[in-house]
Design a protein around this ligand. Structure first.
Ligand code: KG4
Ligand code: ZN
Length: 340
């Protein structure tokens, strides 16, 4: 007998992107993301505006995802949604919508941990992407997260270290703000970094024991450095922008790689999977390639659209939980500080 195809709708609304995806088994049929331009005016995500935009976006985004996939809502086997962590107002929109839809269609509801989803995005079936073998180390790096996790199985994960203050993407974005770059500044710093001298300026590396991270000291260090230099020479930024970006990137990638090296040494696993928006960074990609040559690591980077916040990663977790009959009660609550 042929195996039945399983169709899952995934919904992600934890921060500033409203996203819906439809998956058939472990293959993504559609992954629609509506990003919220409104926040660029403010140089960061404004939670209240984010939840309002989610309310406006969620119906058309879900509709579009189903249409693109060519799947009718009556064909769905389950609705998976982000329970947390994230902004409470934003999470509530996705949670309420997912509950109503699953209830109306009389199909299971599946709650998903956003941090697990960033990692399990590696199990989406995708050409030219190898799935990491268990156990592996996952590093999630984005505007909201910086975490190293030991992944022993799909739902057997242990956080080995995380940021005690800012996330790595925040370090990029806040440094960019000091330099007068637009938000988010990560991609622009990365682009300029490739044109500059990484050793032109030195910034302090945080002293955080073990596998935890800290980026707020670096941010302050960059701010004071730029203020001091601009006082002496008002053209300092424009004349040195590529070198400043290269030096910032060199420092940040150095921090990420030194923690990864420590994790590999402590845990003895050389399979490294990265995810989150900052995994698009050319510096981290190059450093991982070098580590493959130098230390015999194997690195895994998902397709870009599955690294930033997206519903495809929520849908794949929904599928894995569906196979385990791991469903949620309808009184499940959005949880802003949900842990792995
Ligand atoms: O995963 P993401 O889209 O959203 C969350 O924060 O969850 O990540 C966005 C972050 C922003 O901070 C952005 O500046 C950063 O990822 N980013 C980059 C690059 N592309 C995006 N940072 C450094 N280099 C890049 N190429
Ligand atoms: Zn995220």
């Amino acid at each position: 007998m042929e195996k039945e195809n399983i169709y899952i709708l995934g919904i992600e609304s934890s921060c500033d992107d409203t996203s819906a995806a439809v998956l058939c088994n472990d293959t993504i049929l559609s992954n629609v993301v509506a990003d919220q331009k409104i926040h660029t005016e403010y140089g960061g995500v404004v939670p209240e505006l984010a939840s309002r935009a989610h309310q406006q976006n969620i119906v058309p985004v879900v509709h579009q995802a189903l249409e693109k996939a060519g799947v009718k809502k009556e064909q769905l086997h389950a609705v998976a949604f982000t329970r947390g962590p994230g902004l409470m107002g934003s999470l509530l929109v996705g949670t309420s919508f997912a509950k109503s839809l699953a209830y109306g269609l009389d199909i299971p509801l599946i709650d998903v941990n956003h941090m697990q989803a960033h990692i399990l995005a590696h199990f989406i079936d995708e050409e030219n992407h190898n799935k990491p073998p268990f156990p592996f180390l996952a590093m999630t790096i984005s505007g909201g997260h910086t975490q190293i996790v030991k992944v022993s199985n799909y739902f057997e994960m242990e956080v080995l270290g995380e940021t005690i203050d800012d996330a790595v993407g925040e370090a990029y974005d806040k440094s960019g703000k000091v330099l007068g770059l637009g938000y988010p500044a990560g991609p622009e710093i990365d682009r300029r970094a490739q044109l500059g001298n990484p050793k032109a300026f030195q910034f302090t590396k945080p002293k955080v024991d073990g596998l935890n991270f800290s980026f707020s000291g670096l941010k302050t260090n960059i701010l004071y450095f730029v203020q001091r230099e601009v006082k002496a020479d008002p053209n300092f930024i424009t004349e040195n922008l590529n070198d400043i970006c290269a030096s910032i990137q060199y420092t940040i990638i150095g921090i990420l790689m030194s923690k990864l090296k420590l994790a590999v040494k402590q845990i003895g696993i050389k399979h490294i999977a990265i995810g989150g928006g900052v995994s698009a960074n050319s510096g981290i990609r190059k450093a991982l390639k070098d580590a493959e040559q130098k230390f015999g690591w194997t690195s895994y980077i998902p397709k870009f659209e599955y690294t930033t916040d997206n519903a495809a990663m929520i849908a794949i977790v929904g599928y894995l939980k569906y196979l385990d009959n791991d469903f949620s009660d309808f009184d499940v609550m959005a949880t802003a500080r949900l842990k792995i």
